[in-house]
Each structure stands twice: as C-alpha cells, then as structure tokens.
Design a binder for this molecule. Structure first.
Ligand SMILES: Nc1ncnc2c1ncn2[C@@H]1O[C@H](COP(=O)(O)OP(=O)(O)OP(=O)(O)O)[C@@H](O)[C@H]1O
Length: 239
C-alpha cells in the first residue's frame, strides 16, 4: 500500500479531459516532482487530491483510506497541506504571528523557532509579512504549512516569480523539509534548473496522463519528452 495512491483518475471539463486515467503511487517520506506543458492537467490533479474537485471516475487513497469524495477540510485534517502559486499570508501580521495563526496546536507553536530557521527567516520574525521580499513570502507560506504539521505537502510552482538565488534556496529548503521533517512532498514545477537541484524522481505529464517517470538525466535525454517540449520556450530548453 502506497502512502498516496492515485488510481485511474478521470476529470472532464465540458468534453475536455483534464486528467485521463491518471495513476501514480507516492511512497511515504518521498520527494517527487510533476512536470508537464501548460494545460496538461497538473493543477487539476492537485485539486482532485485536495477535494476541491471530484473525479468523474477513479480513486484516491491516502494512508490507506479512500478519500475520493471527501470535502477539502476533512482531507486537510487528515494531513494533506497545499501551497498555491500566490502566497496566502496575512500581510498586516508579523512573520511570527503568521506562523502562530497557522499552527495546528500548542506543540506546533512551540517549534516556531525551528520553523523560522527552516524557512530562512530567523532574522525577521517581527517584520510585517507584507514587507518581505517575494521569495520570502513564499517561504513564509511554506512555514505556515509546516506549522499545520501535514504529512503530505503539495507545492504548486513554489518558485514562481523568484530570482535564481531564491529558487536555489527554495530547492534546499524543500529538500530539508523532506529529509529532516520526514514529510512527503509532491511538487509541480516548470523551472528545470530548480528540479535538477531537487534531485528527485520526476513524472512528466502529458494530456492528463503520466508520459514518463525517471530521474532528471533520464527525463532530459528522453526523446518523447523532448518532442513534448519542442516549441515550448520554458522548462527543457533552459535545462
Ligand atoms: N474549472 C475548469 N473549467 C474548465 N476547464 C478547466 C478548468 N480547470 C482546468 N481546465 C482545463 O483543463 C486543462 C488542464 O488544466 P490544468 O490547470 O490542470 O493544467 P496545468 O497543467 O496545471 O496547466 P498550467 O501549467 O498552465 O498551470 C486545461 O485545458 C484547462 O483549460
């Protein structure tokens, strides 16, 4: 039994098949990345896992439980946390206050110093969140996720809009969360430099399905993947 089992997920939007018999197993404690051209169904997949959307058919199992038609709040409570592209932080509160608000319980509040260190914000706990640099806001939101103590974290393009240095720091941060906190992480990303830095298994999605899985080198040298990205200005061309 895998930690997260995605079985033959189908989701249609007005005749358009966004996920098409999508199947993937995610092992407990693993770090995985999902890549693919615009519109291939990555965000739809996250919406299905988190209960924002309901699949037309197929099954989602998490920690052995069938969560397929559960509402989002119940799925979150079971331990699936998600970060969106645009950080959802309270700009008028300080960094520390944001983490306190997000903390699941008292014991999580007690490890806020640890979380601050993990998200590279040890020096700025009393700064207003609205005054942070763009990359730091993204890290704060990751910290807010950590404060909720999920066992699976879904990250949707966590480096969107970041500088090169911020992107590399984010890859380190995610790797540390996975290794040191033992959290299972599934990340959607376009930036192949970032993905290379993550050094984790990659799953390439095309037309709602997995086209190829492998490590970075295998994926980069794969002819089908190259053909899929041919003409796309981002991602593979920059790798
Ligand atoms: N709520 C919706 N209603 C109708 N069509 C949708 C809806 N959500 C997604 N789609 C369509 O489903 C397909 C998959 O979209 P999705 O957002 O999952 O792709 P994606 O891989 O995340 O793309 P991107 O990388 O651009 O974020 C696209 O053709 C999109 O237009």
């Amino acid at each position: 039994m895998a930690f997260l089992e995605l079985r033959s997920l189908v989701k249609n939007f007005d005749g358009l098949r966004a996920t098409d018999n999508f199947t993937l197993d995610i092992a407990e404690g693993s770090l995985n990345a999902l890549v693919g051209p615009n519109g291939c169904g990555k965000s739809t997949l996250f919406n299905l896992i988190t209960g924002v959307l309901t699949p037309d058919s197929g099954e989602i199992r998490f920690k052995g439980q069938n969560i397929t038609r559960w509402p989002p709040h119940k799925i979150a409570r079971l331990g699936i946390g998600r970060k969106f592209q645009v950080p959802a932080i309270f700009e008028e509160l300080t960094v520390r206050e944001n983490l306190i608000v997000a903390a699941k319980n008292k014991s999580q509040q007690e490890i806020i110093a640890e979380i601050l260190a993990q998200i590279n914000l040890t020096k700025d706990p009393d700064m207003l969140a609205g005054e942070l640099a763009h990359g730091q806001k993204q890290w704060l939101e990751i910290g807010m996720l950590l404060a909720q103590a999920p066992s699976l974290i879904l990250l949707d393009e966590p480096t969107a809009g970041m500088t090169g240095a911020e992107t590399r720091a984010t890859a380190d941060l995610i790797t540390r969360i996975n290794r040191e906190r033992g959290m299972t992480v599934l990340v959607i990303e376009h930036d192949m430099g970032f993905i290379e830095h993550l050094a984790c298994p990659l799953h390439v999605m095309s037309k709602g399905q997995i086209l190829k899985s492998g490590n970075f080198t295998e994926i980069r040298n794969d002819d089908e993947v190259k053909a899929l990205y041919f003409g796309q200005t981002e991602a593979m061309a920059n790798a």
